[in-house]
Every structure is written in structure tokens, then in C-alpha cells.
Write a protein that binds this ligand. Structure first.
Ligand code: ADP
Length: 439
């Protein structure tokens, strides 16, 4: 038994007290010896009981910082307890920190994550999942996920429990969301539910499919007409007048296909090619050219006016700006009946610039305006075709302007006319005079 164990210490104490008590009894009276022995034992009991009381008090609310101090043997014992508690405290703090790190990592995920137990009850979820699925943490903890999301598809996904494939879900969270849910079993019968928002990807996929269908349709129509005429010219005996008429119609159709393909190539360049470096685009000559082109296209059927205010130029790519502005001007002419008016307005100052095309044409119903820049979107397909439109003009305008940090604004009133405005921020505007000086 080690010399400083509690039992050896107690035995030593009793032996020492007994020896002294015997001595006291021998020197004085035996009763004094007994009294001394009893007092020594009582002191020992008080010593232990008072320390036990301290320990009991501490155990009600144990914390490393509040471990009581003791005397003698109890001092060693309580110091050991203090060291042990400090170590445990440190371990707990480390564990909390690690847990917090995992929680923050889960929160930082852009996909939704829900942790479920073996009976599909929610244990934890991140904020993305709260938003996507309308869950509330910690309010919904312990609730079976299929009670909160009453989707038959989710119910059977959980029942069948074949989680090799994700499940497609739709959710109405103010906007229609397309979600892809995948359950990943892990650990002791626990499940991680991974929720991916595929709304945007689905929309892009739909747009891509629509686009391919539209292009095919747009090209097939003139191609069908063209091959029909070819057949006729080959099979039938035509007089020279008819022959010329057919050949003219054929060349119109092939010209139409050419325009579609040209516009498609322009769009694809605007979308994918890196933008050439900016140059100072001189606005005065550009405006004059736009007006001349408008007059040529109009063939004298419209009044065309140009108003330019401010000696400023734009910083950008001349070919792209010419294409954007040219499309706006050509639309104004094409959608304005004979005798109407088309105004090109350029106004610029150091705070920004605006190129506007105003016409007194057929105008556009309100509900069409947000869709006009979609590829192949036309209000009146027949009129667009008759006037040589491809349905791609405003899509080109939108992309070309976006590459110049500019926005397109459309105002229109059916029967009265339209105004298309391209607004450029200050950083795209440069004083025209500077060009002369720097040149
Ligand atoms: P399109 O080749 O058919 O003109 P755009 O993309 O240039 O194609 O324009 C899309 C549609 O927007 C047109 O078909 C037409 O219905 C409408 N639109 C464009 N500009 C005007 C305008 N100035 N006035 C009336 N409608 C217009």
C-alpha cells in the first residue's frame, strides 16, 4: 500500500493519535488519554466531512474553474481533480469548435442538406434547405420529412428506398423551383438528403431545345419553298417571263436564309468571342451613316430626323455598336407605315449617353415588350417576314449593348409608335474633342 494512500494516512494518523493518547494517559489520568484520542478522531472526521461537503457542492454544478481548494491530503486530491477537469474542458471546447466548423461548412454549401435519422426524421438542415423546402430549423427537428413535404413522389422514393437515382421535385417557393433530391445513406442508419436547385439548368436546357427547333423551322420554310420552285423550273416548260419570276422568288428565299445564318453567326460571335479592345467610336459620322442607311431603306416613304446633342463619343467596338444601332433604325423603318416619322436622337454628357430611335409606327402591345429580345420572338410573324426580318435583330441589340455595359429600354404604344433607348454609363463616354487632341 503506498505510504500516501488514504488508508495508510488514516492508519498512521490513528496510530499517532493513539500513541500520544497513551502517553497523555500515562502521565496524567487515563480519562485524559481517552479524551485526547476522541478529540483527535473527531478532528479527523470534521476535516474529511468539511472537504466532502465542498466536493458535494461542486458536483451540483461542476466546472473546471470552480474546483474547490483543500488542505493536506485533500489538497492533492482536489488538485488532481482540477487538472482532470481542465483537460476535459479543453477536449469539450475542441469538440465544440470542430462541430461548429462542420456546421458552418454545411451552411456555406449552396446546395440544400438535410440530415435524417433511420425513420426520416429531421436532425439538422442548412439554410439553403430551409429556403428550398420551406423547413424551419430547429423548429422542425424530429419531424418526419415526408410529413412536412407532402409529395407523393418523395413518399414513394423513401418507401422504395432505392437511392441510386435522384428524385425530381417541384416546389413553389414564390417562384417555381425545379429541385433534384438525392438521399445518401451513411453512418448508423442515418441519411443525408442532398437538394440541388436545377431551375436555371432546366431553363437553359429548354431554351437550347427551343432554339434548335426554331432555327430548324426558320431555315426549313425558305428551303421548302426553294426546293419547290427548283422542282417546278426543272419539270415544267416555262416561258422566259415565268422563269425569271421563279428565279427571282428563289433568290429571295436564299437571301432570307443567308440573312438568318448571318444573324445567327453575329449572335454567336457576340455571345462567345472575347470582345475586341475598346476604341473611340466617333458618333457624328456614325449617326450620319445611320441616317443615310435609314433613308435608303425607307426609299423616301418616311420623314427621318436626326437630333444630336453633346460632343461626345463612345468607347467600344465600332462594328458591334453599328450593328446594334442599325438594327434599331431598321426596325423603326420596317414597323412604321408609309408617311410616318423616325427620329434618331443622340444625347450625351459626362454623366452618360443615350442613343434613341423613336418612330410613329405600329407600336407594340405591352405584354410583348419583355419578350422582344428573345431569339425569333416576333409580335407579327408575317409582317416581320414581309419586311425581311429574321427575328434576331433585338437579340443582337441586347447582346451588343450588354458587351458595352449598356441597357436597352423599350417604350411603346400600339398604334402610336415606339421608342428604343440604349443607355450608356459614364465610363463609356468620352469627349469628342479629346480624340482630335490625342489624334
Ligand atoms: P424582326 O427581324 O422580326 O424585326 P427583331 O428581333 O428585330 O426581329 O424584333 C422582334 C419583334 O419586335 C419584331 O418582330 C416586331 O414584332 C417587334 N418590333 C421591333 N421593333 C419594333 C418597332 N420599332 N415597332 C414595332 N414593333 C417592333
Amino acid at each position: 500500500m503506498p505510504a500516501n494512500s488514504p488508508i495508510s494516512r488514516a492508519v498512521l494518523y490513528v496510530l499517532a493519535a493513539g500513541t500520544i493518547a497513551l502517553a497523555v494517559g500515562a502521565v496524567t489520568r487515563a480519562a485524559y488519554g481517552w479524551a485526547f484520542f476522541s478529540a483527535a478522531l473527531l478532528a479527523q472526521v470534521v476535516y474529511h466531512v468539511s472537504h466532502l461537503a465542498k466536493l458535494a457542492r461542486w458536483l451540483v454544478e461542476p466546472s473546471a474553474g470552480a474546483v474547490p481548494e483543500g488542505k493536506g491530503y485533500w489538497d492533492d486530491l482536489l488538485a488532481q481533480l482540477y487538472r482532470h477537469e481542465r483537460g476535459r474542458d479543453w477536449q469539450l471546447r475542441e469538440r465544440d469548435r470542430a462541430l461548429e466548423r462542420f456546421r458552418l461548412a454545411g451552411q456555406a454549401l449552396t446546395d440544400g442538406v438535410v440530415i435524417l435519422d433511420a425513420r426520416n426524421r429531421i436532425q439538422w438542415c442548412n439554410e439553403t434547405a430551409e429556403r428550398q423546402l420551406g423547413l424551419h430549423f430547429p423548429g422542425d427537428v424530429g419531424q418526419p420529412i415526408n410529413h412536412l413535404l407532402r409529395e407523393p413522389a418523395l413518399q414513394s422514393y423513401l418507401d422504395i428506398a432505392d437511392f441510386t437515382q435522384p428524385l425530381a421535385l417541384r416546389a413553389d417557393r414564390g417562384e417555381d423551383l425545379a429541385l433534384q433530391v438525392q438521399i445518401i445513406p451513411y453512418g448508423q442508419n442515418e441519411r443525408l438528403m442532398h437538394v440541388k436547385d436545377v431551375t436555371q439548368a432546366e431553363r437553359l436546357d429548354r431554351m437550347r431545345r427551343d432554339f434548335v427547333a426554331n432555327v430548324s423551322h426558320e431555315l426549313r420554310t425558305p428551303l421548302t419553298v426553294l426546293s419547290g420552285f427548283l422542282e417546278t423550273v426543272r419539270e415544267l416548260k416555262l416561258d422566259p417571263g415565268q422563269r425569271t419570276e421563279y428565279l427571282t422568288l428563289m433568290s429571295e428565299q436564299s437571301r432570307r436564309m443567308e440573312r438568318i445564318v448571318e444573324d445567327l453567326l453575329t449572335l454567336s460571335t457576340l455571345e462567345t468571342a472575347p470582345r475586341p479592345s475598346d476604341e473611340q467610336v466617333r458618333m457624328r459620322p456614325l449617326l450620319a451613316k445611320l441616317k443615310a442607311d435609314a433613308e435608303a431603306l425607307s426609299g423616301g416613304q418616311h420623314r427621318i430626323m436626326l437630333a444630336a446633342q453633346g460632343e461626345y463619343d463612345l468607347l467600344g467596338v465600332e462594328s458591334e455598336l453599328t450593328s446594334a444601332f442599325g438594327n434599331l433604325v431598321s426596325n423603326a423603318i420596317r414597323y412604321t407605315p408609309e408617311g410616318g416619322e423616325v427620329r434618331l436622337v443622340w444625347s450625351a454628357d459626362a454623366g452618360g449617353a443615350e442613343f434613341a430611335v423613336e418612330d410613329s409606327g405600329i407600336g407594340i402591345e405591352k405584354e410583348h415588350i419583355p419578350r422582344l429580345t428573345e431569339r425569333f420572338y416576333r409580335v407579327d410573324r408575317g409582317r416581320s417576314r414581309e419586311t425581311g426580318g429574321t427575328g434576331l435583330g433585338l437579340a443582337i441589340v441586347k447582346h451588343a449593348l450588354a458587351r458595352h455595359d449598356a441597357a436597352l429600354e423599350i417604350e411603346s404604344e400600339p398604334g402610336k409608335g415606339s421608342r428604343f433607348r440604349a443607355r450608356f454609363p459614364a465610363r463609356r463616354v468620352v469627349a469628342a474633342a479629346q480624340l482630335a487632341r490625342s489624334a
